[in-house]
Design a binder for this molecule. Structure first.
Ligand SMILES: O=C(O)c1ccc(O)c(O)c1
Ligand SMILES: [Mg+2]
Length: 632
């Protein structure tokens, strides 16, 4: 597998782009003409710079409005092409992309276009160059790869081939099966892009909203399976026009790009076992079996405050680490309950995390069947592994770095005894629990620009899918929320992307310097029973407005008694189209915006109560200190 990416896909000047592309492990680059034109160096210098980075130029592009012109425009188009051939020779690349014409002057006619390409192929051949033809989805006469292929076929010249671009084919919903009958050696390069499904003008969609394979909604795996079936073995090249990426970090966009291609080809290989596809060997996507623990980093004083909060939702200090200042808080039976770890060490990673972010949930422990295999897959996809010095008697728990610089630990059967091996039970303080059974979901907050990165991260490593994005209205701005879900609800993550720092989510990121886990939602099987227990435990709950309950009663036609029970307990309620029900109860925001949620799902409700979020956020913001006030 030879990977490539178009320079247009990432931000920066050509130097920065090439450095980031090389560092991410790509084999080649497509030089997008504008990047070259904006560069203050000769074509030979660009070529040298590319090769000094260990890259090759897989393609020079685009060459526009070539085919089907009447004279004298036709001759001028050939003259233009010759100039670009000169440039390609200086750059040191042999392939140019000609995209289907959008010119009003283009006459159409498959044989006319084929004759033009035949002549262009002749001219290219004299210089040892090749010409690839791509159908733009909005081309004037050619907007379908099947027509482009027919033109290439009729041009019948060895130096003229087809260029496929997943966006143009998939945006037009063209049957990818039609690719399987094209000879692989007639395809000169394959460009890949995904995109979110949004109804809009094709050109605008393509130029602004493309994203990496796996980040969008297009069936890019099916497209690539069809390409692989042709025997095509040339470069697979990302060509991503995306407004956000243009302003993003060249390094991280390049890493995402490479990850997206490795993940894509891994899926293609698994779906087409009969084909020889050269992809690094790696374990298949990993099924997450549950959240084994969440670990907080804190100082002693804040740990004591956190402990009071945990006790108020039914957790008790169950065990202390043999050698470290680390306490295990638990609710429910050992082995089947919820584990929260509070780390107040004065050295090590948790301490560094505390110094940067303040008290925060810096680590998540996920249950998997094979922790080493999980890390092997994550590494193959370019994730950073995490290791720190182990004390005596500590288990080697494999881990990787995650959102906000946090850590994701992996616990498999061989490591499940970590609580017995590393911890000493403490005498029970006999706090009865609140009936919380498991972690329902973990909500991570990030800058909106990072969301695609983390969606790709989670869905490429784990057997998890993304739910549709929902917009959550905070009084100060929009927060986008997207859930990542494993099979059967064993893993539920909600990623919240904040666009400004005046939203509750934005405030949290700004004030905690990028920390990520903003809230933990615990499941109960009986929200009203848990609510009664919380009263006994002294839980301070978030108060919801009476207006909300008036509307709720009307909206769902609730029995007044039932609505009154919800209102009395400040429980938010939602119901889905098939009658599934969701109950939510919140803590106010603690510190800079962290909070707890308690939920009950009935009748297979699969969402997260998005319709309630604006009211919950408004209530929480009433609790947050006004800007500029000292922290109490
Ligand atoms: O948007 C464009 O014009 C454009 C140019 C070159 C390509 O390869 C492409 O897919 C789109
Ligand atoms: Mg293209």
């Amino acid at each position: 597998m030879k990977t490539s990416i178009a320079t247009v896909s990432i931000s920066g000047d050509l130097r920065e782009k090439l450095a980031a592309i090389a560092a991410a492990g790509f084999d080649g680059v497509e030089i997008f003409e504008n990047d070259f034109l904006a560069f203050d160096g000769s074509p030979a210098e660009v070529g040298r710079m590319v090769r000094d980075h260990g890259l090759e130029i897989t393609l020079f592009q685009p060459f526009r409005d070539f085919e089907g012109l009447p004279e004298p425009q036709r001759s001028r188009a050939f003259d233009r092409a010759e100039r670009k051939f000169d440039l390609m020779q200086e750059l040191g690349t042999d392939l140019i992309l000609v995209c289907s014409s959008v010119s009003q002057a283009a006459l159409g006619g498959i044989d006319r276009a084929a004759a033009d390409f035949r002549e262009l192929g002749e001219r290219a051949a004299k210089r040892g160059l090749r010409v690839g033809y791509e159908a733009l989805a909005w081309g004037r006469h050619v907007s379908d790869h099947r027509d482009a292929w027919e033109i290439v076929r009729r041009a019948d010249h060895p130096n003229v081939g087809l260029i496929l671009d997943s966006f143009h084919t998939l945006a037009r919903k063209i049957d990818v099966g039609s690719i399987r009958s094209i000879p692989g050696d007639r395809i000169f390069i394959v460009q890949l892009a995904d995109a979110p499904l949004i109804e809009m003008d094709l050109l605008y969609w393509s130029r602004h909203f493309r994203n990496m394979p796996g980040e969008g909604d297009l069936p890019v795996v099916d497209f690539m399976r069809a390409v692989a079936a042709t025997g095509y073995d040339g470069p697979i090249s990302l060509e991503i026009f995306n407004d956000q990426f243009r302003g993003g970090s060249p390094k991280s966009i390049s890493i995402d790009g490479r990850r997206s291609l490795v993940n894509l080809m891994d899926q293609v290989r698994r779906a087409e076992p009969a084909l020889q596809i050269r992809v690094p060997d790696m374990p298949d996507r990993i099924a997450v079996e549950g959240v084994e623990f969440i670990e907080f980093a804190a100082n002693e004083q804040e740990a004591a405050e956190l402990g009071r909060s945990l006790a108020s939702i039914g957790f008790s200090a169950a065990a202390k680490h043999h050698t470290k200042d680390v306490t295990l808080w638990r609710q429910g039976p050992a082995g089947a309950g919820i584990n929260l770890v509070v780390n107040t060490e004065h050295e090590g990673f948790a301490h560094s995390s505390y110094l940067i972010h303040g008290t925060n949930a810096y680590a998540v422990g996920l249950r998997v069947s094979d922790a080493a295999a999980t890390v092997a897959r994550a590494r193959a996809l370019g994730a950073e592994t995490f290791e720190q010095k182990r004390g005596p008697g500590e288990l080697p728990i494999p881990a990787i770095r995650g959102v906000g610089g946090g850590v994701i630990y992996f616990i498999d059967g061989a490591l499940a005894n970590v609580w017995d091996v590393e911890f000493e039970p403490v005498a029970s303080t006999a706090v009865a629990d609140a009936g919380l059974t498991r972690i329902d979901h973990v909500a991570q907050t990030m800058n909106y620009e990072e969301m695609l990165t983390w969606i790709l991260f989670y869905t490429s490593i784990f057997r998890a899918a993304k739910a549709p994005m929902v917009d959550v209205v905070d009084p100060a701005g929009l927060v986008r929320s997207q859930a990542i879900e494993g099979e059967g609800g064993a893993l539920r993550l909600t990623l919240n992307g904040a666009e400004n720092r005046r939203t509750l989510a934005g405030h949290f990121i700004a004030e905690s310097f990028g920390s990520s886990v903003q809230h933990l939602a615990f499941a109960t099987n009986d929200i009203f029973a848990s609510s009664a227990r919380l009263d006994v435990l002294g839980f301070s709950r978030l108060e919801i407005t009476p207006n909300y309950y008036d509307d709720l009663e009307a909206r769902f036609g609730l029995e007044p008694d039932f609505a009154d029970r919800l209102k009395a307990a400040n429980i938010l309620y939602d119901r889905d189209a098939t009658g599934g029900e969701y109950f939510q109860l919140y803590s106010p925001a603690i510190g800079e915006g962290f909070f707890f949620e308690i939920v009950e799902r009935r009748g297979g409700y699969g969402g997260y109560g998005a319709p309630n979020a604006p009211f919950r956020i408004a209530a929480q913001k009433r609790h947050i200190r006004p800007a500029g006030m000292p922290r109490v």
